[in-house]
Design a protein. Sequence first.
Length: 273
Amino acid sequence: MRLDKPIGILLLLWPTLWALWLAAQGKPDRKVLCIFITGVVLMRSAGCVINDLTDRHIDGFVQRTHQRPLPSGSVTPKEALVLAAILLMLAFLLVLLTNHFTIQLAFVGAILTLIYPMMKRFTYLPQCGLGLAFSWGMPMAFAAQRDSVTFSAWFLFFTGLIWPIIYDTLYAMVDREDDLKINVKSTAILFNTKDKFIIACLQLIFLIMLVIVGMLFQLHQIYYFSLLIVFLLFIYQQWLIKKREPQQCFQAFLNNNYVGFVIFCGICLSYLQ
C-alpha cells in the first residue's frame, strides 16, 4: 500500500481538493470532504497493490523496486489480491454515501485504476493513463458537491490531466535504463533526448491552462501569485534534471508536492478575500 511513502497520496489529494474548493466556492461540505480524503487514501493504496501485482515479474529486475513485497517474496500474489479486493470494496462502500451521479463516475474511476498498470506493456504513454486516473477525482468532486459537472469542471479535469504526465515522466526518468532492459515503456523513453524540452512545454501548457481556470472560476489575484510560485518551482525542477541524474530526477518528482500545495493555497485564499 506504500503508506510509508505518502507522496502518491498527496499527488492524488491536491487535485481533488482543488476541485472540491472550486465546486463549493471555498466551503466544501464536511461529509463530502471526509469521504474524498478517505477515498484518496484507499484508491491510491489499491492502485499500488494492483500495480505491484501487475509488475511482480519485472520489479525484481529494477534497482528501485526489487525489494518490494511481491518480488522479495514477503507477500504472496494471493495475499496481495485479497488486500486489493478489500481496499476496492471499502472505497465502493464509501462512495455509496454520495449521490447517484458520483457513484456512476466512481465506476469509471475504478476501471481507470485497473487499466493504468497494464499500459506500460502496450504503449509508451502510461503517464497519460495515470493522468486520467489521478484527475478523475475532479469531476467526481463536482458531482458530489453540485450533482453536476460543468464545462469549467471538465476544463479543470483536462488541466489536471497534464500535471501527472509531467511528474510521472520525471519519475520514469529515474528507471529509464532499467526499463529499456526489460522492455517496459514510458514517456521518458518515448521523449528520449527531448525529455527536458517536452517536460518544459507541458509545464508551460499546464500553467497557461491554470490561468484560464482562474478566469473561469473568477479567482482572486492571489491565485495568480500562487501560479508565479509554481512557475519558479518548475524552473527549479528543470535545474534538477539538467544532467538527468536519477536521484535528481526523483527529487524533481517529489518537488511536485509543493506545486499541488501552492495551487491549493491560491484557491483557498481566493475564497477568503
